[in-house]
Design a protein around this ligand. Structure first.
Ligand code: NAD
Length: 230
């Protein structure tokens, strides 16, 4: 009975047509992080930030899970034991592929958050700053995504799962955003085997026992087939 924790990042969804952040042509080459992914940026220009996430949501609605998302869902369904996904992605492609045990540590593009009372609800395709909160009625709507400088979600449960893991796998993440970048060291210290699956070597490749390079849609299904003995 295996206990597997899988950390996923933007690289997993790249072949579904969703841009990564730090690659050449990534989103940060087109937008300033300080403008669209910080609470200060939102306070300065909420319309710009809401528009940025409306565009991300439109891309997501037009996208579909790829072979890597589907393979991870198959692993969760078929592997005896516990398979948990910790994702930095704000898209919902894991869920649409059929994965059920998913923690979104950076929030969800398809959810809205009231800055006044903390209520959360399903985001409309086109969110507006003036949208009223269904709970308190105030016009204080923002995307339910975790911005730089904010505390990621589910951290206690995630650390517990990492400490209990026998295998920690990171897929499609550059290892530049903390605390996720340190998970591999936490997992190693707790005695887990560690594996990185990424297009190329990352900033944290040297912390993994094993690394494999290639597009997620090829190397993830191959790894899952190995795990399931197919
Ligand atoms: P990142 O852009 O920093 O790194 C992406 C990594 O994926 C790189 O190491 C790159 O080499 C690799 N990669 C690119 N294409 C790949 C492919 N086809 N197969 C396998 N690997 C591939 O992304 P990150 O590490 O996830 O950065 C974290 C931040 O990015 C988070 O805050 C997250 O919320 C945000 N983000 C999310 C999405 C999404 O929800 N889909 C998209 C962009 C950024």
């Amino acid at each position: 009975m295996a206990r597997i924790v899988i950390l996923t990042g933007a690289g997993l969804s790249a072949e579904s047509g969703l841009g990564t952040f730090r690659d050449k042509d990534g989103l940060w080459t087109k937008y300033d992080l300080e403008d669209v992914a910080t609470p200060e940026g939102f306070a300065r220009d909420p319309g710009l930030v809401t528009g940025f996430y409306n565009a991300r949501r439109a891309n997501l609605l037009a996208a579909a899970p790829n072979a890597a998302h589907l393979a991870l869902a198959e692993l969760e369904a078929a592997m005896p034991g516990e398979v948990r996904i910790v994702t930095q992605n704000i898209d919902n492609l894991h869920e649409r592929a059929g994965s059920r045990a998913v923690w979104h540590m950076h929030g969800e593009l398809m959810r809205a958050l009231c800055q006044a009372c903390g209520a959360k609800w399903d985001a409309p395709a086109e969110m507006r700053v003036a949208d009223a909160c269904p709970s308190c009625g105030k016009a204080a709507t923002r995307p339910d995504v975790v911005w730089f400088g904010e505390y990621p979600y589910h951290m206690e449960e995630i650390w517990d799962a990492i400490r209990a893991a026998e295998l920690f796998v990171a897929i499609g993440t550059s290892g530049q955003v903390f605390p996720a970048a340190a998970f591999v060291q936490d997992a190693s210290r707790a005695g887990a085997e560690t594996l990185e699956l990424n297009l190329e070597r990352s900033e944290v490749s040297h912390d993994f026992e094993e690394t494999r390079q290639g597009p997620a849609t090829e190397i993830v299904p191959a790894w899952v087939a190995e795990m399931l003995g197919c």
